[in-house]
Design a protein around this ligand. Structure first.
Ligand code: SF4
Length: 717
């Protein structure tokens, strides 16, 4: 329920994809310390919401401190400048919107809609995402809308779709309480999804005999510290490992023949392919003992319920989609899907990346898990939106990095960035900066004034953020939470959906964008999901406010419940045949393997106390004290020959950039691999643009860049 008699308000945490429930307490509530924000206003308190079925009252330090981040450093008014070398000047919203609409009209006449693009965010509410799709894909006629989810979860989207016929994680958090094996691959859950990890850990402490935790990660982390089996494989060898497990399962006939026969397709080609991935070969390539591989295969073959959890370590790879499919293959091989405690479960990075996918928030998608390449889907959406047949382009738009390349080539007249900070989070940052200099109009909608991306913008639009606007977010277990407005935004800040709708009206689409509230936007979106896998048609702001968070599918007429739902419990998948598909793909390895000049593999990741590019968490002293600076983790075997000791400053060089960071010499990372956090940008103290080092080569199917592995050299400075 959104509000309680005590005056406290319920919402979803706006950081990671766990999507914990928060109870927000007004400053006047008794026993709450009265702290003041940057505007001198008392700060709301935040604690875990016991009534939220996903998180059961738990919260991590980021969620607990979120209210401390909301006021300082805000962008208060629209700002504009003609060139990047001039200072910004305040302008009115009218003038700002005129500039955008004029540019759109000119571009549409001169070059067509492909010269316009938007780069959005998993921080959007579903309503923001939805109206942005309608504006770009419907009104403007370009599918050039992509989001930072492309860097985060698009391999999971593509993997689910290829193997199961649709996007949509089949599992729920309750499965953590029931699985016999938790198989964590490419995820540092303890730091990146901490509340879920604590749930797993609590169970491990109570029921150690009934739960085996396996972690696959080149680093020892707080996650692997809890593992019964830790496989520190070489970066880029995940798919080899998964095929090696399949090879042993087939050899030992530890597979579910009945399930394979009755519920799947493509088995023969897959079985033939994995014959090549013998234990000695897999052991050599992954850099792990054969015995560890054997242990892992035995767990897959003999356990009652295997729950796979993965995140960016799998997705951010040139073979991310193939690796997701490789993981789902193991679930199909052993019949470990659609059952309690079992299944392939992607842990979404951002708070509403799930909602974004449902709203069509990637360049190839339309609302309701539809695609732009499907004529029936386009026709349905055009009719629902009130646009003429053919209004939606049949070609996928530009994905995230393709938008950068288009700017570089002078093909974009307008790049509109909203609720994200790509000049920290994109790969190959110097190339992104240069590309932005080529774009005649870069618009940045953000709640905060002084981001790295804002330095390369012509027009800054002040955004109302979480807590200041109503909307829904959807977490990793498909649970939809209403996030109400409970604080006032800075005077001129506006919700993104409202701004997108205003642009639509100014372009002449008055009826299509005549929304009076976020609730109206959500109602329209819900209708468009009727009959789809991600069916929200029985949901509304009113129902979510009255009944609390609900999981989809929630067709019209559904009864509200707090019980957990799973997909595919009847083993009927969303493919045309209803069968789960085995996908047979040989591993390719890293796009940029180590070499003589760049002998180490840099992998990047996150710290527990920081979130993405630190625009919020970087404002909290307690969080900064946890991680005062970014540290380069390096193994003694690599560090000592370079003359490096812990605390020394090192230069890290890739084919694209050089940066400097202090080193942490540790045996917790495998030799040949180094680690840097991705949070720090050029405005942070100390500046440390880890992503400037990274290459942009991407998975050809998901178009997700390989942010997890780049060849570098390290030297003492
Ligand atoms: Fe927020 Fe994620 Fe922490 Fe939950 S685990 S409180 S969603 S950051």
């Amino acid at each position: 329920m959104a509000a309680s008699p005590s005056g406290s308000t319920h919402s979803q945490c706006p950081y990671c994809g766990v999507g914990c429930g928060l109870e927000l307490m007004p400053p006047a509530v008794k026993n709450q310390p009265t702290r003041r924000d940057a505007q001198g206003l008392p700060i709301w308190g935040a604690r875990g919401d016991r009534s939220h079925p996903s998180s059961l009252g738990q919260v991590c330090i980021k969620g607990a401190t979120v209210c401390e981040t909301l006021a300082g450093g805000r962008l208060a008014t629209p700002l504009a400048r003609r060139s990047l070398d001039e200072p910004f000047q305040p302008i009115s919203w009218d003038e700002a919107l005129d500039r955008i609409v004029d540019r759109m009209r000119t571009s549409l006449q001169a070059r067509g809609p492909q010269a316009l693009a938007m780069y959005g965010s998993g921080q959007f509410h579903t309503e923001d995402y939805y109206v942005a799709q309608k504006l770009f894909k419907g009104a403007l006629g370009t599918n050039n809308f992509d989001a930072n989810s492309r860097l985060c979860m698009s391999s999971a989207v593509a993997g689910y779709t290829r193997s199961l016929g649709s996007d949509g994680p089949p599992c729920c958090y309750e499965d953590l309480d029931h699985c016999s094996v938790a198989f964590l691959i490419g995820t540092n859950t303890a730091e990146c999804h901490p509340v879920l990890f604590q749930r797993l850990l609590k169970r491990k402490r109570r029921q150690s005999d009934s739960l085996t935790i396996v972690v696959v990660d080149p680093r020892e982390t707080a996650t692997s510290d809890a593992a019964d089996l830790h496989l520190a494989i070489r970066p880029g060898t995940d798919l080899v490992l998964l095929h090696g497990v399949a090879h042993l399962l087939l050899r030992q006939t530890a597979i579910d023949f009945e399930f394979i026969e009755g519920e799947t397709e493509g088995f023969a080609a897959y079985a033939e392919l994995v014959q090549a991935w013998t234990p000695d070969r897999v052991s050599r390539i992954c850099g792990i003992p054969e015995s560890s591989l054997g242990q892992l295969a035995a767990l897959w073959g003999q356990s009652a319920s295997v729950l796979s959890l993965w995140s960016m370590g799998v997705n951010q790879s040139v073979e991310g989609t193939a690796t997701v499919a490789g993981l789902i293959n193991l679930h199909l091989l052993t019949g470990q899907i659609g059952k309690v405690g079992a299944g392939p479960f992607s842990l979404t990075g951002q708070p509403n990346a799930m909602g974004g996918r449902e709203a069509g928030g990637l360049a190839h998608l339309l609302p309701g898990y539809r695609t732009v390449t499907n004529a029936t889907h386009r026709a349905t959406v055009e009719a629902a939106w009130g646009f003429a047949p053919g209004a939606i382009d049949a070609r996928p738009g530009l994905a995230a990095w393709q938008q950068v390349e288009a700017m570089e080539a002078g093909e974009l007249d307008l790049w509109w960035v909203a609720a994200t900070n790509p000049l920290v989070s994109m790969p190959n940052l110097e190339r992104v900066k240069a590309a932005m200099r080529h774009c005649p109009l870069v618009v940045v909608s953000d709640a905060y004034a002084n981001t790295e991306t804002a330095q390369y913008a012509h027009l800054l639009l002040p955004a109302a953020q979480w807590s200041e606007k109503a909307g829904v977010m959807v977490n990793s277990e498909r649970r939809v939470t209403l996030c109400p407005a409970f604080r006032q935004p800075p005077a001129q800040a506006r919700p993104d959906w409202e701004v997108f709708a205003e642009v639509g009206r100014r372009l002449g689409f008055v009826d299509q964008f005549g929304y009076a509230s976020a609730a109206e936007v959500y109602a329209e979106f819900c209708q468009l999901t009727a009959g789809r896998l991600c069916d929200h048609s029985g949901l509304s702001h009113g129902l979510l406010e009255a009944e609390g968070p609900q999981q989809w599918p929630f067709p019209a007429g559904s009864a509200p419940t707090t019980a957990s739902k799973r997909l595919y419990t009847d083993f009927r998948f969303a493919t045309p045949s209803g069968r789960g598909r085995f996908i047979a793909e040989h591993p390719l390895g890293l796009a940029e393997p180590p070499c003589e000049a760049y002998p180490l593999v840099l992998t990047v990741g996150r710290y527990l106390g920081q979130w993405h590019t630190m625009t919020r968490t970087g404002r909290v002293a307690r969080l900064n004290a946890m991680h005062p600076e970014p540290l380069l983790e390096i193994h003694p075997e690599d560090a000592y020959p370079l003359g490096l000791e812990s605390g020394d400053q090192a230069a890290i060089t890739s084919r694209r950039a050089t940066l400097s960071a202090r080193v942490d010499v540790t045996e917790r990372i495998r030799p040949g691999t180094v680690f840097l956090p991705m949070h720090w940008g050029f405005l942070q103290d100390p500046p440390c643009e880890a992503n400037a080092l990274l290459h942009e080569q991407a998975c050809p199917i998901s178009k997700q860049p390989e942010l997890k592995a780049t060849a570098v050299s390290v030297a003492a400075v």
